[in-house]
Design a protein around this ligand. Sequence first.
Ligand SMILES: [Zn+2]
Length: 328
Amino acid sequence: MMDLLAQTLAGTPPAQASGENAMLRWQWLGEGLLEICPQHGYQQAVVISAGIHGNETAPIELLNQLVAQILAGTRPLAVRLLIILGNPPAMRADKRYLTSDMNRMFGGRHSQFSPSGETARAQQLEQVVSAFFTGERAARFHYDLHTAIRSSHLSRFALLPFQPRIYSAEMLALLDAAGLDAIVIHQAPGGTFSHFSSEYQQAASCTLELGKARSFGHNDLQQFSGINRALQALVSGEPLPEREPQLPIRLFRVEKSLIKRSEAFKLFLSDDTANFTPFPQGTLLCEQPDESYQVQHTSEWILFPNPHVAVGLRAGMMLTEVPRSTLF
Ligand SMILES: [Zn+2]
């Protein structure tokens, strides 16, 4: 039996690159890449990825469990499935990345970075996802699983890529069922993996931030039971589980990206500021030559503050809360 995670961490190809049984056939497409197809038809083509940031271990373990259950036949497979473990060298080193952050490189942006293992891998993942979806007439989905580095007032949330078409009702139902606390809508294209599959492959896609991770083998996967049950239902074509949290999912949109344009960039937040910390109108948040940013709306929430990014990259995002009807 193929253990994709063990295989990937070992850095060796499997003894056997493909196989089948009465229910499914599978093919190993390269390091950390596995396609599984049901023998008896399907209505959805689904990409599930994890480990685009190598130290975000819990979703990688979760995904590996799901694959193991499918291959063992203990979980039925109803969709055509592409499993991606994104950055194996960073996974082996227990690092977010080795040279540059892959989740800024998609949509061809890898050509703007100094060539590295990560630029080559981002390009390979674009090719593999494109090949998976090319000619595919079933509904297309991509869920990219992550865990956050910092603490968060809302610990589980989805980021939806900017797209001109409406968001998939099936995907939104899954986010609800998974028990997420919030959805954040991007207002401009970006270099994330989920932006790529939305923009270039017309997949319903999102980036999922699922809480905090520890190192391999030390995760409390119970903490991830909501998303786990939702993904199990998705791949098996079963009804989605009931949403567990009492509160409805909250909706935010990105109002402003704080771009670091100079080494003199100053972010007036402590290093441990949690995601979704709110700030009142008028608060001065950052300053650099010829530019500063003060909170414009009655309240704005900070997401992913990080003054230590390279010049030219995003040092944080400011959000406003919007009604659910914004999605439709
Ligand atoms: Zn991540």
